[in-house]
Design a protein around this ligand. Structure first.
Ligand code: NAD
Length: 503
């Protein structure tokens, strides 16, 4: 149970292994989305703090022991990080519930799963291997080194702060990079607790992990444009992602972007209906719909439409709204006031576009303890794929149901969108499952399941849903660069005025 009576907690930020206030001395409040009340103060950093953090990360990279350490030794420290997360998983989950209003049941499951990333990439650290190339010249010995890219900047959103930091931090550390992390201004507390309980106790040298808290324009932009940052790993909205990409391009940084989505959850009439109903609910109402992979467009085959909608409404209307800190709660509050307003405005837009509201359709104020940012689980039928409610990311518990005739039409609707993050397909036909998986333009396709993630499976978007992949073996490539080494063991000579080619 959360103690909501304690007085405002004050956090510091973490630069070069030291806990410090923002240089300006300023702080800002972070709120508990359930009560709507502030519960902690976060340092309001600016460019001066960004410069200090990048200096620290840069020193740690150029002169510190971390990149020079044997990869096996790095792996050991990462396994220590994993063990420390295991010890503090409950507490970290509770802080995240307090700060972003996610359900305790989901949060503790997430924080208990996070160590796997550090075990996995810790194990991978000493399996990063270069290659010897039998080059097309006599007397040459050529090899390719794989080196860490350098200082990495991580910018994260408010909806899953710790998990999304983990996806970046584990491969970056394994590669030998140093990092500066900017969490969302709405949810900085869990990262600061993570750094205090895990990072600062793990044996990582000072300056390898640094944190700058604050606003996007004042902290995010100086970080993205800093000349000594080599790579930006960003998770957030597509508009911000485009801006980050543009700014980073000016200094030729490597960039990975995990952005928004409007994922189709496609139900065929040959599915196991109860499973698909549960998958549709999980796709849109879990985490109050505030997930990038929300299955916010439910595509129903017309032959199953009416009976499916009936079952879906029956299940969704039983969802228990309430305090996210209670185990029995199924739908928590919206995390931020602007997001709450945005969701309500999209409900109005859907109504004005002529969609039919068959469940919810507005705010759901809670009686006890505040609970002011609640939205009723909402389902719209009669949606066409051209409507704004079908094309734009709402990031809330609002589902658009769209009818289709056959596989071809399902694919046409599914792919007729700017995004391409995830997709669900519900069918018992093996042939159809594989065909759909091949034809959908999205980074992840779930067949007869939804919202499953693993450290082992690459995650990322097609189209406006992003660039690059997190998780799995390939994620580490984003934190490495190749260096070609040529050694001539034979005589020199040849014409010095022309390029040395094979012929
Ligand atoms: P956001 O884009 O508003 O903010 C994300 C981060 O960027 C925050 O830390 C913010 O302070 C920072 N930021 C804002 N302006 C910036 C600027 N000009 N320069 C640098 N940094 C800046 O996103 P949000 O509202 O926090 O999160 C919700 C969005 O994130 C949704 O669109 C969701 O789909 C997306 N998301 C994507 C994934 C994924 O893996 N694809 C996961 C979670 C969330």
């Amino acid at each position: 149970m959360l103690d909501r009576t304690a007085k405002l907690k004050t956090y510091q930020t973490y630069i070069d292994g030291r806990w410090i206030d923002a240089t300006s001395g300023k702080t800002f409040e972070t709120c508990d989305p359930y009560t709507g009340q502030p519960w902690a103060l976060i340092p309001e950093c600016d460019k001066v703090d960004v410069d200090q953090a990048v200096d620290a990360a840069s020193r740690a990279f150029e002169r510190g022991p971390w990149p020079k350490m044997t990869p096996s030794a790095r792996g050991k420290i990462m396994r220590r990080i994993a063990q420390l997360i295991e010890q503090h998983a409950e507490h970290l989950g509770q802080v995240e519930v307090r700060d972003n209003g996610k359900l305790i049941s989901e949060m503790v499951a997430q924080t208990k799963y996070m160590p796997e990333w550090f075990y996995y990439y810790g194990g991978l650290a000493d399996k990063i291997q270069g290659t010897v190339v039998a080059v097309d010249r006599p007397n040459h010995f050529n090899y390719i080194l794989r080196e860490p890219v350098g200082v990495c900047a991580f910018i994260t959103p408010w909806n899953s702060p710790l998990m999304l930091t983990t996806w970046k931090l584990a491969p970056a550390l394994a590669a030998g990079c140093t990092v500066v992390i900017k969490p969302s201004e709405y949810t900085s507390a869990s990262l600061l607790e993570f750094v205090k309980l895990v990072i600062a106790e793990s044996g990582l040298p000072p300056g390898v992990v640094n944190v700058v808290t604050g606003y996007g324009a004042l902290v995010g932009e100086p970080l993205v444009t800093h000349p000594r940052v080599a790579k930006v790993a960003f998770t957030g909205g597509s508009t911000t992602g485009a801006r980050v990409n543009e700014l980073a391009a000016k200094t030729f940084k490597k960039v990975s972007l995990e952005l928004g989505g409007k994922s189709p959850n496609i139900v065929f009439d040959d599915c196991i209906v109860d499973d698909a109903v549960s998958g549709a609910v999980s796709g849109i109402f879990a985490a109050t719909g505030q997930t990038c992979i929300a299955g916010s467009r439910l595509l129903l085959q017309e032959t199953i439409h009416d009976r499916f909608v009936e079952k879906l409404v029956d299940m969704a209307k039983t969802a228990k709204l309430g305090d996210p800190a209670l185990a029995e709660t199924q739908v928590g509050p919206v995390t931020t006031p602007p997001q709450y307003q945005k969701i309500l405005s999209y409900i109005d837009i859907a109504k004005s576009e002529g969609a039919k509201c068959v469940l919810g359709g507005g705010a759901a104020p809670q009686e006890e303890g505040g609970g002011q940012y609640f939205v009723k689980p909402t389902i719209f039928t009669g949606v066409t794929n051209k409507m704004r409610i079908a094309q734009e990311e709402v990031f809330g518990p609002v589902l658009s149901v769209i009818k289709f005739k056959d596989e071809d039409e399902a694919i046409e609707i599914a792919n007729d969108i700017a995004y391409g993050l995830g997709a669900g397909v519900w069918t018992q036909s093996l042939k159809r499952a594989h065909t759909m998986a091949g034809r959908i333009k999205a980074g992840t396709v779930w067949i007869n399941t939804y919202r499953a993630v693993s450290f082992l499976m690459p995650f990322g978007g097609y189209k406006a849903s992003g660039l690059g992949r997190e998780n799995g073996v390939e994620a580490i490539d984003g934190y490495l660069q190749s260096k070609s080494v040529w050694i001539n063991n034979g005589p020199g000579g040849g014409n010095p005025f022309i390029m040395k080619t094979a012929s």
